[in-house]
Ligand binder design. Structure first.
Ligand SMILES: [Zn+2]
Length: 302
């Protein structure tokens, strides 16, 4: 919530919205207040033109049951950081494409800060990815086709949350196996049900990697849920493969499926309520990250 803006200094005075207030900076649990901390604090934000910009707010401390006395969480910055999330996202992105000195000069930060920002961004993305795979019990595996059935990705949906939790280029046994490899034996062992269109490329791998799970037929559910997970309505150009049309290996290998999926989704993107914090429209902050981590940043939260 913005309380005021002082343009000459580029300072935005803010406080967390009602629902974000009084939460532990580490785990986000709502906790009783402890003290005023060090008073008001500033977080470096993306420049306003050539003016350095800051978000300024109170930074009181709360007493978390698990973490003790900690500074409250603020929605615009990561715990322990003196930079806002969009600032860190931009630095992490730039660090992938520019030289060290270019990033430091453009963003007016030290290289040491850049390193710490990248670490925080990567840890965040990885945590999100891990969470999504954490409590899977009933999943659906299906292919998503686009470009009139010329290209495919394999998607895994969590039936309990309706979220797309994993996706990768291709539709073959290897792709499905790589999902279970990433899930690991322990989490795979907890899967109870796998729905699919019963294609052999799915069922054979499931029988081998996840023998305890019940296989069931699910001809349309996954696409519906995945579309819902990706935003409102099915993304343009993202529809189910027409029956009996399978692409050649060359067509599949020709181009990264995900690039086209992202493009399709970009066209359909809906405006976000937190305009200042939106990274949509930029390439993923850390393009080297595996797909889901980067893509997940733009999926709606439940
Ligand atoms: Zn805590």
């Amino acid at each position: 919530m913005v309380e005021g803006v002082r343009i000459e200094e580029g300072v935005v005075e803010a406080r967390p919205g009602r629902r974000e207030r009084s939460r532990c900076g580490i785990c986000g649990r709502r906790s009783p207040g402890y003290d005023g901390g060090e008073g008001r604090r500033r977080w470096r934000a993306l420049d306003l033109g050539a003016t350095r910009a800051f978000v300024e707010a109170k930074a009181p401390r709360v007493a978390c049951k698990r973490h003790g006395v900690v500074v409250v969480r603020v929605p615009w910055a990561r715990h322990g950081s003196r930079f806002t999330r969009p600032f860190e996202a931009q630095v992490a992105w730039l660090a992938n494409y520019c030289s060290k000195s270019a990033v430091c000069e453009l963003m007016r930060v030290s290289w040491l800060s850049v390193g710490r920002m990248i670490e925080r961004v990567v840890a965040d993305e990885q945590a999100k990815r891990g969470d999504r795979l954490e409590r899977l019990r009933r999943i659906g595996i299906d292919e998503l086709s686009y470009r009139k059935g010329q290209r495919y990705i394999t998607g895994v949906v969590d039936h309990d949350t309706g979220r797309l939790v994993w996706a990768a280029d291709g539709r073959d046994k290897k792709t499905v196996a790589s999902f279970f490899a990433e899930l690991g034996p322990e989490r795979t062992g907890r899967i109870e049900l796998v729905s699919s269109d019963m294609g052999e490329w799915i069922t054979r791998v499931v029988a081998r990697e996840c023998p305890q799970a019940t296989l069931c037929l699910d001809p349309f559910h996954v696409v519906k849920l995945a579309s819902a997970a990706l935003g409102r309505g099915p993304p343009r150009g993202l529809e189910r493969r027409p029956p009996r049309r399978r692409p050649g290996r060359r067509a599949l290998a020709e181009r990264g499926a995900l690039g086209a999926l992202e493009a399709a989704r970009a066209a359909d993107r809906t405006p976000t309520s937190e305009a200042g914090h939106d990274r949509a429209g930029q390439p993923p902050a850390v393009p080297g990250l595996p797909l889901e981590g980067a893509a997940a940043a733009r999926l709606p939260r439940a």
